[in-house]
Design a protein around this ligand. Structure first.
Ligand code: HEM
Length: 225
């Protein structure tokens, strides 16, 4: 038991927590973007999809139960992801009070700083997004269950759409660097594989970003109304 907890306190243990929780969060973000593409099939299909999510797991589970399980897993993943990031940052600050001088190390320091700021923007975005499209607290005309209508009315507000676009571009960078680092943690670090690692990370980050950024743009341009 002590040995298990001891492992989670090591740099490797924290990186493993970050990698596993990152993979869970990436899986969610990808599936969420893919599901949201149903918006392009019109109101009935999109609202039906949202309803189906609430009914997921029935009749074995009760209505909304699978959704609550998913919410609990996501919340735990977010908390552990932030904890490991915070803890690794503090650890590296303690170990290196003097700034990097070498170019490659400066570059990796730059990437880490971008990840941290990207992470903070994402956290603020998620809080706003829940208030906006799940709880309706930050929405001019929210109707529970009318998901298509909530999205289209919500994105007609230009600054809201602009915020979604900026946050999802930040998410794109975060995913790109996160996926790249994930392979490193998993030990997939070989000069022959590195170009593939980069391509794979770029492909998934671009797919999620293009999909997500397209939604507010589609509403603002009247493609989705
Ligand atoms: C433009 C991009 C996005 C759109 C159009 C969108 C749309 C939506 C909608 C309509 C809901 C409410 C679903 C319902 O009530 O049935 C929702 C929920 C949610 N979204 Fe997004 N989303 C986007 C991006 C994101 C991103 C990037 C994240 C995470 C980083 C995210 C995380 C969530 C979470 C955690 C929920 C709450 C699920 C729940 O507890 O019911 N979304 N989203």
């Amino acid at each position: 038991m002590t040995a298990t907890f001891g492992f989670w306190r090591t740099t490797l243990g924290k990186k493993a927590v970050m990698a596993v929780t990152g993979l869970i969060l990436f899986g969610f973000v990808f599936v969420h973007m893919y599901g949201n593409l149903k918006m392009y099939q019109g109101e009935a299909k999109f609202d039906h999809y949202a309803e189906a999510l609430r009914e997921l797991g029935q009749p074995i589970l009760g209505e909304g139960q699978a959704l609550w399980i998913a919410r609990a897993v996501l919340l735990a993943a977010v908390v552990l992801h932030i904890w490991s990031a915070w803890s690794l940052t503090m650890q590296s600050r303690r170990a290196r009070p003097v700034a990097y001088q070498r170019h490659d190390l400066l570059q990796s320091n730059y990437a880490m700083r971008t990840m941290r700021w990207g992470g903070v923007i994402l956290l603020l975005f998620i809080i706003y997004h829940l208030a906006h499209l799940t709880l309706g607290w930050a929405h001019p005309d929210f109707t529970p269950g009318k998901v298509y209508q909530n999205v289209t009315i919500g994105f007609q507000v230009v600054w809201v759409s602009a915020f979604y676009i900026v946050a999802n571009l930040a998410l794109g960078f975060h995913l790109y660097h996160g996926l790249w680092s994930l392979f490193q943690t998993l030990g997939l670090n070989h000069p022959a594989w590195n170009p593939w690692r980069r391509r794979f990370a770029a492909l998934f980050a671009v797919a999620v970003t293009v999909g997500n950024v397209s939604f507010p743009i589609a509403v603002l341009t009247g493609v989705v109304r």
